[in-house]
Design a protein. Structure first.
Length: 240
């Protein structure tokens, strides 16, 4: 329910109307109690009146006090979750943004350190994004970025951390990996990208430059250090 509907549904006027009906019903019942049971003791009548008042007012209190408060708390929680999602996700590609990637990559590295299981970090840079934007427009550039994101989602598992960490840069942290997997993973990424159809004007295929490194939990490093190392390797490949 929207917040603006909240005030309409639970307005003061409606509350007073329902409250008035409840009190009227309670008053009529008390009146007929005297007619039906004329020998009731005054103490008994007072207790019965109190019980009836509680019975009639309980639904009113629930509907107009307790339930609206709970609903507002629920709406605030949903809004907070959406804000967190926007803060950690890249809206264009659906991947984590840089902040989201660093947050979850750090957690994955801690898991790797505890379990003594290796990781592979891949740093990918979409080639010629500026030229695509200049020659074909920013919409074509956005489509290229989404295309790269789709290739990464296809290549890696849901348990791996994938993020767009810059304008044309992506990073992936994969668990349960071995150093020997670097070449295989590099080849698989390029093959998946070659199979992807982009087709914007004269551009048939996209390419990206990759920097891949293995993280050994026996030699701890921070995620920032790994990114710097992978970035260097990526630019070395780009310069060839």
């Amino acid at each position: 329910m929207r917040l603006n509907n909240f005030e309409t549904k639970y307005s003061l006027g409606r509350l007073l109307w329902v409250l008035g009906l409840s009190i009227l019903a309670c008053t009529l019942l008390i009146k007929y109690l005297f007619l039906w049971f004329p020998k009731l003791h005054s103490t008994d009548v007072a207790l019965i009146c109190l019980a009836l008042l509680i019975i009639f007012l309980s639904p009113v209190i629930y509907a107009f006090v307790y339930r609206p408060i709970i609903m507002q708390f629920d709406q605030l929680k949903v809004a907070e979750l959406k804000m967190r999602e926007f803060a950690l996700n890249d809206m264009l590609t659906g991947l984590y943004n840089r902040r989201g990637f660093l947050t979850f990559a750090d957690k994955l590295m801690k898991l790797s350190d505890r379990a003594k299981r290796g990781l592979i970090l891949i740093y990918a840079d979409l080639d010629n994004l500026k030229q695509i934007n200049d020659d074909h427009g920013h919409e074509a550039g956005d489509r290229a970025l989404v295309c790269i994101a789709d290739v990464l989602k296809e290549t890696f598992r849901n348990s791996d951390v994938i993020g767009r960490v810059g304008g044309d840069e992506f990073a992936i942290l994969a668990l349960e990996a071995k150093a020997e997997s670097l070449d295989v993973l590099h080849k698989r990424l390029n093959e998946n990208l070659k199979r992807t159809k982009y087709n914007v004007d004269s551009i048939d295929k996209l390419t990206f430059s990759l920097g891949l490194i293995y993280y050994n939990p026996e030699k701890p490093q921070t995620i920032e250090e790994l990114l710097r190392r992978a970035d260097v390797l990526m630019y070395e490949e780009k310069s060839y």
